[in-house]
Ligand binder design. Structure first.
Ligand SMILES: [Zn+2]
Length: 285
């Protein structure tokens, strides 16, 4: 009804002008006395607006994302769209997710629980500076890479070193973990999910995660996914929001924007955006 009243108000001047022409005596009324809305005009407005008022409500507006957001240049603890993840769902305190991701994750968590499957968030949102600390730790050798080596010593050539780190870690500014839509579950090791209780978890996720909008972006590499990070059975992405950010990356993110950390000079020759940011499971696009 509010909408209808608004439209009547909107149409009122138009209706008045028309009736003014048809009824010149009203035009002569003193300007300080507003002319009453003629019954005919109300009828016209009613007829005109009725179908509009009965139209289905507009869908909720989709969030608009900036390139700064896409690149993780914000603090999730201060961001109005983010919430702190309850310890019940995680291996430690202090993870943040976008509200939409968190709400649907809780539903998936409950459903998994009912089926005897335990889901635990072991990583969630990481902003640019957090990703920079991880990347530079691996780049300088203060943090070992996944094969247990010191990449700085083992791979002195910058491009080789970057490619080695990129098997499992993103350059700052190019990670899906910036978005508040992506989570790592249970363990950062594919083998865990290939046998025993971990396989049950993975089988459950493969069967049910899509019912909640989650998808595994880093599927096995091969013909279907020739470039990008290695397979990560633990990394799941909330696609209704992440898809918008992937689209934004495809249109607005360029390799020269991936900068501000050690080893960033390799981003261009590696084609980070095309091969890594967009090198994901087609089902997640
Ligand atoms: Zn991850």
């Amino acid at each position: 009804m509010k909408y209808l009243a608004f439209l009547i108000l909107l149409l009122a001047p138009l209706a008045c002008t028309r009736s003014g022409t048809a009824q010149p005596e009203q035009a002569a009324a003193p300007p300080e006395t507003p002319a009453p809305l003629p019954a005919a005009a109300v009828a016209v407005a009613d007829t005109t607006t009725l179908p509009v008022a009965e139209a289905p409500p507009e869908p909720a507006p989709r969030p608009e994302f900036s390139v700064e957001y896409l690149m993780g240049k914000f603090d999730p603890a201060q961001h109005p769209d983010f919430v702190l993840v309850d310890k019940k769902y995680a291996d430690e305190e202090g993870y943040f997710l976008r509200k939409e991701t968190y709400e649907i994750f809780q539903k998936m968590w409950e459903a998994a629980q009912t089926d005897g499957i335990s889901l635990t968030i072991v990583s969630a949102t990481r902003n640019f500076s957090r990703q920079k600390a991880i990347w530079e730790g691996k780049w300088t050798g203060t943090r070992l890479i996944e094969n247990g080596t010191n990449a700085a010593k083992q791979y002195p050539k910058p491009k080789t070193r970057a490619l080695k780190i990129l098997e499992y870690s993103s350059m700052p500014g190019s990670s899906r973990h910036h978005w508040g839509t992506d989570i790592d579950l249970n363990d950062l090791d594919n083998y865990t999910f290939e046998q025993g209780p971990g396989k049950k978890v993975y089988d459950w996720l493969q069967k049910h995660a899509s019912e909640y909008g989650f998808c595994q972006p880093y599927s096995p590499k091969g013909d279907h996914r020739p470039t990008g990070y290695n397979e990560e059975k633990w990394h799941w992405s909330y696609i209704p929001i992440a898809k918008q950010l992937t689209d934004l990356a495809a249109h607005r993110l360029t390799d020269d924007m991936i900068s501000g950390f050690k080893g960033a000079e390799t981003a261009m020759e590696i084609s980070i955006v095309q091969k890594y940011v967009l090198g994901i499971n087609r089902e997640c696009l």
